[in-house]
Design a protein around this ligand. Structure first.
Ligand SMILES: NC(=O)C1=CN([C@@H]2O[C@H](COP(=O)(O)OP(=O)(O)OC[C@H]3O[C@@H](n4cnc5c(N)ncnc54)[C@H](OP(=O)(O)O)[C@@H]3O)[C@@H](O)[C@H]2O)C=CC1
Ligand SMILES: N[C@@H](CC=O)C(=O)O
Length: 366
């Protein structure tokens, strides 16, 4: 049986005003499948931590959560070889996080160990070193922090796998990027672009078939899409931004979305060596519709900015938090390959993270 030990860095996604009826704390969620057929009160209960509820066995794969971190602490199993954080523990953890508290509150629950400060990195590396020759370990970064980068790099050196929803590790410095992608089979970051949409995997598939991509145009901000649609409908901007945050569309700091930096990071995640574009973009001021253009096989240029589009085009018809991407290649030259759907939100992002984890299962077969 495939056994994937998981260490979850970041356990957020809770709505700012979560109530007991809309969080796992107030519901009994037997497993993640409910998230696909949700009664309204459970709909918003599907976030990064609750993703693993009831998932100890999923599609024949044993998903064994051995630790969860927030910004201050890590809770971890006492014995990384034999134990995992079970549903009772994860539900309790969801309850603590949805109430806005720190994981430190879990100190005496279920025999877990709580670490803080530099002890966290030490413990993660201990886990990685212990597991590397046995089952392996996957670090799942669902934070929005740059502080995880160093640890991820060290873990990659110990042959760990890395799954990212966090865009920052791949967009902070070229050294970090090169280190993290040095073993391409061991890293997955689909959710960093378009949340659960199959963007990076589709592009990789086209390129690896020898079909050169000439141009990609898209609208890749769920937040900006939603904000524009709602403002067009007459709602005040400030109210709409607050709703976008509550719905889980925005970055922890919504200015990253509104200023366009989030889209620039997505461009950078997709294709390396585009830091100059990010720098220029960051200075360019307010952005309404994010458009990305890649010219040529080497993606020599990436632009993020406002562009007028025809109302009857795929981009012009876009509504709400949907993203759309048009890919032009030799095979898709007249009519582009179009990828469209929800591009932000906790559930689709969590689904993308889970799909990435399952995609690396071959590396855990021994
Ligand atoms: N929401 C979406 O639609 C999408 C989100 N993403 C990405 O997912 C990531 C998470 O977003 P979201 O869940 O909304 O953000 P939240 O702010 O809700 O959650 C972030 C989590 O990361 C934790 N954290 C912060 N710093 C660290 C650290 N140094 N080490 C470990 N954990 C840390 C926070 O801890 P604490 O609770 O203590 O604050 C919190 O639990 C972001 O990088 C975002 O870009 C990607 C695609 C789509
Ligand atoms: N904040 C992002 C979420 C996904 O990355 C967005 O609005 O698209």
């Amino acid at each position: 049986m495939v056994n994937i030990p998981l260490l979850l860095m970041g356990c957020g996604g809770w709505p700012a005003s979560s109530s007991t009826t809309s969080s796992p704390a107030g519901t009994s969620i037997p497993n993640r499948f409910l998230a696909f057929f949700p009664p309204p009160c459970i709909q918003s209960a599907f976030y990064f931590t609750s993703l693993f509820l009831g998932l100890q066995m999923f599609q024949g794969v044993m998903l064994r959560v051995v630790g969860v971190c927030d910004s201050k602490s890590m809770v971890a199993v006492p014995d990384v070889l034999t134990s995992h954080l079970d549903d009772e523990f994860l539900l309790k953890l969801c309850k603590v996080k949805s109430s806005g508290s720190s994981l430190q509150e879990l100190g005496n629950f279920g025999g877990c160990q709580v670490f803080s400060g530099q002890e966290i990195a030490r413990k993660v590396m201990e886990f990685a070193a212990t597991l590397r020759k046995l089952s392996g370990l996957a670090l799942v970064d669902c934070s929005a922090s740059t502080q995880t980068v160093e640890l991820l790099g060290q873990a990659v050196n110990l042959d760990c796998c890395v799954v990212l929803a966090n865009k920052k590790p791949l967009t902070s410095s070229l050294n970090d990027y090169d280190k993290l992608v040095s073993q391409p089979r061991r890293i997955r970051h689909e959710s960093t672009v378009g949340a659960g949409l199959p963007v990076i995997s589709s592009i990789n598939r086209i390129l690896s078939s020898g079909d050169p991509i000439f141009r990609i145009i898209g609208s890749l901000s769920g937040t900006l899409g939603y904000v524009m649609s709602e403002v067009e409908g007459g709602r005040p901007f400030s109210e709409v931004v607050n709703t976008a945050k509550r719905l889980g569309y925005t970055e922890p700091d919504p200015r990253d979305d509104l200023g366009g930096m989030d889209v620039a990071r997505k461009g950078n995640n997709n294709f390396d060596h585009l830091h100059a574009s990010i720098g220029n973009y960051a200075k360019s001021g307010s952005i309404l519709v994010p458009i990305k253009t890649y010219n040529g096989y080497q993606f020599s240029r990436c632009e993020v900015g406002i562009q007028e589009v025809a109302k009857d085009s795929a981009l012009g018809r876009l509504k709400g938090s949907d993203n759309v991407l048009e890919i032009y290649s030799r095979c898709y030259s007249e009519q582009p390959l179009v990828i469209q759907g929800a591009g932000a939100g906790n559930d689709t992002t969590a689904a993308g993270v889970l799909a990435d984890i399952l995609d690396i299962q071959d590396l855990f077969r021994h």
